[in-house]
Write a protein that binds this ligand. Structure first.
Ligand SMILES: NC(=O)c1ccc[n+]([C@@H]2O[C@H](COP(=O)([O-])OP(=O)(O)OC[C@H]3O[C@@H](n4cnc5c(N)ncnc54)[C@H](OP(=O)(O)O)[C@@H]3O)[C@@H](O)[C@H]2O)c1
Length: 321
């Protein structure tokens, strides 16, 4: 099969599209024919080895698993022993990061429990863009953020995958939503429905004198003290990721009394089945950058790393309709 292979840490341009063996199936795994996949933070870190701390996870000297990609939509091609949840030909999608990487390929072997049935009416490209970003957004806005109707919300990193879903979830509850990001994305964010957009290179949202009931952060860069300035008395702050040092400091701040500051630990694919009707009806929709083709992966990982994308960067794999 064809796959994007990363043999050492470095620039995305060193990635190669190669012929490699189709992965062997283990117990309770299924082989998925990948029709579409996406670029995520994990791919940038796995390919570049940055931040260095991630090498503890991906491999100290080189990536242990050489094929990037953690999100897919496709069809079940074969079943491993004792795999009973799916039938050959089923349309499936999911965030498969708990079962290993490897979706930048024509086939990937994943635990059957990491997959969900594709919502009716979606293309593979639309479906692939959903699992990771929607779950992060839903768990941040609804489950941990406990958003109430009509509240004031700020989404930091609003132009990325998580931000664009977080906006839609907040708008469904009649909220006023401000978004922080930069560059060309700001125009796209206004078109998507943000009530106000802020360029983080020009302004610091914690210094605006504005207070929000919920701040959802895709890129934590500030201290708990600074972030508290942007919250109402009952305001909540939920981060999904960011600067490792600031995240550790936030953990300490929470232990020392800032109970309204939370770091989300993602539960992959948890709510996808429940949200499927909203996805099928178009009430919730992934904002897609692309779709592109698999062999463009090196350029698109670079594009992602430089923050030039809006929403989710989607790669179609040969044979996708
Ligand atoms: N909590 C968990 O369990 C878990 C699991 C997996 C992933 N994650 C995290 O979830 C996040 C994924 O978010 P995503 O998919 O939405 O990423 P994304 O598509 O890269 O979006 C992030 C956006 O934030 C912007 N940004 C960068 N620095 C910023 C700053 N200082 N202020 C405001 N905006 C800034 C980026 O723009 P530019 O790049 O142009 O600056 C980009 O548009 C990542 O932080 C990842 O590490 C968390």
């Amino acid at each position: 099969m064809k796959a994007i292979v990363c043999e050492r840490y470095g620039a995305p341009e060193q990635l190669q599209l190669r012929d490699v063996p189709v992965p062997a199936l283990r117990e309770r795994q299924v082989l998925v024919r990948v029709r579409a996949t996406t670029v995520n933070d994990y791919d940038w870190s796995m390919v570049t080895g940055r931040p260095h701390i991630y090498k503890l996870f991906f491999g100290l000297f080189r990536p242990r698993r050489p094929i990037p990609g953690m999100e897919l939509a496709g069809t079940v091609e074969a079943l491993g022993t004792n795999a009973t949840r799916w039938r050959v030909g089923d349309g499936v999608y999911g965030d498969v990061s708990n079962g290993g990487l490897g979706t930048f390929a024509e086939f990937v072997a994943v635990p059957e429990s990491e997959l969900r049935r594709m919502p009716a009416g979606l293309s593979f490209a639309q479906a692939a863009a959903i699992p990771h970003a929607l779950e992060l957004a839903y768990q941040a806005v609804v489950e941990i953020g406990a958003l109430k109707d009509g509240e004031r919300v700020l989404i930091n990193g609003g132009g990325g995958g998580v931000g664009t879903f977080a906006l839609q979830l907040a708008k469904r509850q009649g909220c006023t939503v401000w978004g922080v990001d930069t560059g060309e994305k700001l125009k796209a964010m206004t078109a998507m429905g943000f009530d106000r957009v802020i360029d983080y290179k020009q302004q610091d949202f914690t210094q605006l004198g504005e207070r929000f009931d919920l701040v959802v952060d895709a890129k934590t860069k500030r201290s708990a003290g600074e972030l508290a300035r942007a919250l109402t008395l009952t305001g909540r702050y939920v981060t999904v990721g960011g600067d490792p040092g600031q995240l550790i400091a936030l953990l300490f701040a929470r232990w020392f009394g800032r109970r309204n500051m939370r770091i989300l630990a993602l539960k992959s694919n948890k709510n996808l089945d429940e949200l499927a009707p909203l996805l099928s009806s178009g009430a919730l929709k992934a904002v897609i950058d692309g779709p592109y083709t698999l062999h463009e992966a090196p350029r698109l990982i670079r594009r992602f790393g430089e923050g030039l994308h809006t929403g989710k960067v989607v790669l179609e794999v040969a044979g996708a309709e």
